[in-house]
Design a protein. Structure first.
Length: 137
């Protein structure tokens, strides 16, 4: 399945406001997590124009979602994020970094996407479901 890219969209802006970590940041007067692009299968919504690296990153998410029949992808994604919040709730484990943002980077789907977003041939050679085994929260 190919991603359908929607550039100059308001969807990431709305999602940024809905992100639970931003509610706390707003209450504490801290910097909020800004969502630049978001994959809502089969669409990828972006605040502005997507560069090749971002298209690659989001295309990896499209493939991941297809592997888990879409709904399963979002369940695993949410599970990984919540698992990371619990696992890294102590500041010393995340070197003082914001908990919600740190948990986002520990999501296995994000680890694969960030690891291979700059590898042009990765989409053709990647193995299905490997991100579930290779990466850990």
């Amino acid at each position: 399945m190919q991603a359908i890219f929607v550039e100059n969209s308001k969807v990431p802006i709305v999602c940024s406001y809905l992100f639970p970590g931003n509610w706390l940041a707003l209450a504490l007067g801290k910097e909020r997590f800004q969502i630049y692009a978001i994959t809502l299968w089969p669409f990828v919504f972006c605040r502005s124009r997507l560069d090749q690296v971002s298209k690659q990153h989001e295309s990896i998410h499209i493939l991941q979602a297809g592997e888990l029949l879409v709904f399963g992808f979002y369940l695993v994604y949410l599970w990984d994020w919540l698992h990371a919040i619990v696992k890294y709730s102590h500041k010393e484990k995340r070197q003082g970094q914001d908990l919600f943002t740190f948990a986002y980077y520990r999501i296995r789907a994000e680890q694969e996407a960030y690891s291979h977003e700059k590898t042009p041939i990765y989409l053709q050679k990647r193995q299905k479901w490997s991100w579930l085994r290779k990466y850990t929260v």
